[in-house]
Ligand binder design. Structure first.
Ligand code: GLU
Length: 477
């Protein structure tokens, strides 16, 4: 970087980079640049996607409820107005809005990360010989084990403490964050230890029940547990960690494999069922995405194979989740089809940012016009049933109706007009309508039916996708 700065200073009219310097400049963002040159990002229309995200951010900003955690001064000091959202896609596309550069401690958000590291190092079988995989149905810091005398899962304190005893290396976190900000708050660590009677109680109980590997020193495990809670991130750096989970363990910024696919899959499964305290079941139901929240107000949210998102806002609801963060997650899946059980093929109401624009749209126009050209009514019916826009236009602004009219496919013309209720007189880029085409090629039956529909046509009033689909479903079948 210094060489580059020097070169820039010395040259007045731009710089020429040699191969070596070019490589140095691009290597930290190589994944992003490669995808950019291939024009193959997971969210093709990123600008429109992020403008929706900004709207959701603004919407949640107005919420005023909730309490900032105050059991230690390091948490109590945060203003309830802080609110940030950062996201990073599996292709390294980034967006941030709000207080995204303010450091805060991961607290319980570190639980899935350390679990992932433990599985990465030791494998599923070994880790789960000490910890269960079942939601506990009890508060996160309850002094309670399952019927095999193991902690219920690694997302509650008992499970996370045992998980800590399995850890060896900690530079994973830095790698997951693509070497972005990962710090440590010693003051939080000291306070957590001083106010950690409950965690000591859990520790002794776990020791009594022989939950740790042989030879474990329980108090040093607890120290490490408190230290991990006190690791600092910013909303931005944590979003890269979440994106590493979304990307099957490969950091989207550096391209480095940090975790095994097995570790990531296990982690996402357990975040999905146990990640949001006593709201986990409801969150899985309404949002349908793996997530983990912490007492500092962070929510680590993963859209598998698409992106990692981190919301941070200190005021918490009664169950300990960030008020604004929860609202944002609910709004997000209301708008986009990110819920695990949203249907991806017949997307009538929700946006699919993975498809909008780009190749998919081009493919769909080609298929549509080709079916109109060959007179394939059953293909057209299939498209219409899967909520395809039957009025789509190609490069010359021609529609399926233009093509069918020019070819004299009366059945197709009738289907488009009757069942799909398409506009009977769209103009292509030369100003021609389907009627012009039918007359030019002497398809008189097509001319008659077009005339009939032109007289009675009124454009749809409110284009609510869902309602329109439901209403017109009958006529399609
Ligand atoms: N340091 C807290 C504890 O272990 C973490 C709380 C949380 O974020 O859930 O009790």
């Amino acid at each position: 970087m210094d060489t580059l700065k020097d070169t820039l200073k010395k040259t007045a009219d731009g710089v020429t980079l040699d191969r070596h310097l070019f490589k140095k400049c691009v290597q930290s963002n190589i994944v992003l640049l490669t995808q950019a040159f291939r024009k193959k990002f997971v969210i093709p229309d990123f600008q429109s996607f992020t403008s929706h995200i900004d709207e959701l951010y603004e919407n949640a900003k107005n919420l005023s409820g909730g309490q900032v955690a105050d059991y230690i001064p390091q948490l109590a000091k945060f203003s309830p107005d802080l609110w940030a959202v950062s996201l990073c896609t599996v292709d390294g596309q980034r967006h941030t809005v709000g207080d995204t550069k303010v450091p805060f401690c991961l607290q319980s958000c570190v639980k899935p990360l350390k679990y992932a590291v433990a599985v990465n190092d030791h494998g599923t079988q070994y880790v789960h010989s000490f910890i269960g995989k079942e939601p506990s149905g009890l508060r996160f810091n309850k002094l309670f084990l399952n019927e095999d005398d193991k902690p219920h899962n690694p997302m509650v304190n008992a499970g996370a403490i045992v998980c800590t005893s399995l850890l060896k290396v900690m530079n994973f976190l830095k790698k997951m964050a693509g070497n972005e900000y990962v710090g440590f708050s010693n003051a939080t660590f000291q306070s957590e230890r001083e106010s950690g009677d409950r965690n000591f109680a859990i520790g002794y109980y776990l020791k009594e029940k022989k939950c740790f590997p042989e030879g474990t020193d329980m108090t040093s495990v607890l120290d490490l547990y408190f230290q991990l809670c006190s690791i600092e991130v910013t909303c931005e750096s944590a979003s890269v960690m979440a994106a590493t989970l979304a990307n099957g363990g490969i950091c989207p910024i550096t391209g480095e494999r940090v975790l095994t696919p097995e570790a990531v899959r296990n982690t996402l499964s357990l975040m999905h069922s146990c990640g949001m305290y006593d709201f986990s079941g409801q969150f899985a139901f309404h949002v349908g995405l793996p997530a983990k929240s912490g007492v500092s107000g962070g929510i680590l949210l993963v859209v598998p194979n698409v992106m990692g998102i981190v919301c941070w806002s200190p005021p918490l609801d009664k169950l300990g989740n960030s008020v604004r963060g929860i609202q944002f997650c609910l709004d997000l899946v209301e708008l986009f089809n990110f819920h695990n059980y949203d249907n991806l093929r017949h997307f009538a109401k929700k946006h699919d940012p993975r498809r909008e624009g780009g190749d998919q749209r081009v493919k769909s126009v080609i298929n549509l016009l080709f079916a109109a050209y060959t007179g394939d009514v059953s293909a057209l019916r299939r498209f219409a049933l899967s909520s395809m826009d039957m009025e789509q236009r190609d490069y010359d602004s021609r529609t399926a109706l233009h093509v069918a009219a020019a070819e004299g496919h009366i059945e197709v013309v009738r289907f488009l007009l009757e069942a799909c209720k398409v506009n009977p007189s769209p103009r292509d880029r030369w100003g021609k309508t389907p009627m012009d085409e039918a007359m030019l090629f002497g398809h008189h039956d097509v001319v008659t039916i077009l005339q009939q529909y032109q007289e009675n046509y009124s454009p749809p009033a409110a284009p609510d996708g869902q309602e329109r689909t439901e209403k017109s479903l009958d006529s399609l079948l």
